[in-house]
Design a protein around this ligand. Structure first.
Ligand code: PGA
Length: 259
């Protein structure tokens, strides 16, 4: 089964509105001569305060080559949740994906598997698609519990989600020791873990969901690493942090996914 690749830029806590708009325009400029049909799905996830400005630029361009995502959300539609942003509110934008369960959110904001599952359910109920992140720490890898840990994260994240909704969702496997460190996970090993994730989905939701769901690799993805990563059987794209903050390096990664 052929799965459309995704190259997603996670801008994390970088860039104000003007800087984000400039980066979005820069990316569209870089991709202007590429045939849309050959491109992977190109996704960018700015901070909440930049969504309006970036959404406006994407609409102005009208090229349809870049899709908007959010980096987080809360599952309740509204109420006394100071500082949170609901999925309802994200309907203000022409947005398709919402990243959830990033290791930085799990680590610094104590997000649990249960919370991530609630967010995933609410995202799908509201017509958006989750990009569910998972990954092991260096200690877990050294202890030999990588697969067990990730299978558990995935099982919990997709609890009470139908096979159809699972099929449309996206997973990002991001070994924590590879994030922002420059230490990319070996492609063959990343592919092995991603295959294990796909088999976990198969066991939980059946063949259709397992063969359709797109599973990305994330962790120090660079223009130099993407071709080898994309050549693997089960890696359907990349979630890119640092290298997505410059239009030219992000565009190189996008092009690398087309090669
Ligand atoms: P990195 O971040 O590419 O800077 O390692 C990836 C991520 O955290 O999504």
């Amino acid at each position: 089964m052929s799965r459309k690749p995704i190259i997603a830029g996670n801008w994390k806590m970088h860039n104000n509105s003007a800087q984000s708009a400039e980066l979005a325009v820069g990316i569209m400029q870089e991709l202007k001569n590429e045939d849309k049909n050959n491109l992977p799905e190109v996704v960018i996830a700015p901070v909440f305060t930049s969504l309006y400005a970036v959404d406006k630029e994407l609409k102005n361009c009208g090229c349809g080559k870049v899709t908007l995502a959010a980096q987080n959300c809360y599952y309740e539609p509204k109420g006394a949740f100071t500082g949170e942003i609901s999925i309802e509110m994200l309907k203000d934008f022409d947005l398709k994906y919402i990243i959830i369960g990033h290791s930085e959110r799990r680590q610094y904001f104590n997000e649990s598997d249960e919370l991530i599952n609630k967010k995933a359910i609410a995202i799908l109920e509201n017509g958006f698609l989750p990009i569910v992140c998972c990954g092991e720490t260096l200690e877990q890898r050294e202890e030999g519990i990588t697969d067990k840990h990730i299978a558990s994260q995935i099982t919990k994240a997709f609890e009470n989600i139908s096979a159809e909704d699972t099929a449309k969702s996206v997973i990002a496997y991001e070994p924590i020791w590879a994030i922002g460190t420059g230490k990319t996970c070996d492609s063959v090993e990343a592919n092995r873990v991603i295959k294990m994730i796909r088999e976990t989905i198969r066991g939980l939701k059946g063949d259709m969901a397992a063969d359709s769901i797109r599973i990305l690799y994330g962790g120090s993805v660079k223009p130099e690493t993407i071709e080898e990563q994309m050549a693997q059987s089960d890696i359907d794209g990349a979630l890119v942090g640092g290298a997505s903050l410059k239009a030219d390096s992000f565009a190189k990664i996008v092009r690398g996914a087309m090669a």
